[in-house]
Design a protein around this ligand. Structure first.
Ligand SMILES: [Zn+2]
Length: 200
């Protein structure tokens, strides 16, 4: 396992389309381990292989639910979003765009087809925070960064210092609510904004 350097915005490799993994073998397992370690080191909630310069369709996502303290983790090979439903404006950051965050449109619910880290076929539906992270990471596999959804890079916000940031409470459509954090400094994906979570 090793922490690998993360490519940043200006690196042309972030703009390439990554290729499908043909066989989930030991080299892919090693890549996954490095990605998990690199994501955790950067305090991110997700990472895509091209962010460490490996142009293969592999993503990892991981976060701890602040309320239940449950660990949510997904490791996906060749992921594809087959259905998108609903939309909201999501605050997110990216380990490849350190120090900034922005608000971009995302689907509320997605259906995904992928392989797991053992090569087993998966089909599942996702919503909430995990769906948000997966959309961001899968975009990376096609050379898309969240900043591409902004009208201008001037719409990027500088991350506030940790002491200024406050958890925000937002209410989902089904009435449940969730404690969420705004964009982390290095954060790969963050949270629904209060306005959007309640908009139609
Ligand atoms: Zn990212």
């Amino acid at each position: 396992m090793a922490v690998r350097p993360i490519l940043t915005l200006e690196d042309p490799r972030l703009r390439k389309k990554s290729i499908r993994v043909k066989r989930v073998d030991a080299s892919i397992q090693g890549l996954i381990e490095d990605m998990l370690e690199t994501m955790r080191e950067g305090d991110g909630q997700g990472l895509a292989a091209p962010q460490i310069g490996v142009l293969l369709r592999v993503i990892v996502a991981e976060y701890v639910d602040e309320d239940t303290e449950d660990l949510h983790q997904m490791i996906l090979v060749n992921p594809e979003i087959t259905t998108r439903e609903g939309s909201w404006m999501a605050d997110e950051g990216c380990l490849s765009v350190p120090g900034y965050w922005g608000t971009v449109p995302r689907a509320e619910r997605i259906a995904v087809r992928a392989k797991d880290r053992h090569g087993k076929e998966l089909r599942f539906k996702s919503d909430g925070r995990m769906a948000h992270i997966l959309q961001h990471e899968i975009d990376h596999l096609d050379g898309v960064l969240y900043v591409d959804y902004l009208k201008s890079l001037d719409d990027l916000q500088k991350v506030e210092s940790a002491t200024k940031r406050r958890r925000r409470r937002w209410r989902t459509r089904d009435g449940s609510d969730d404690m969420v954090e705004p964009a982390e400094p290095n954060g790969e994906v963050v949270e629904p904004s209060a306005t959007q979570a309640t908009s139609g």
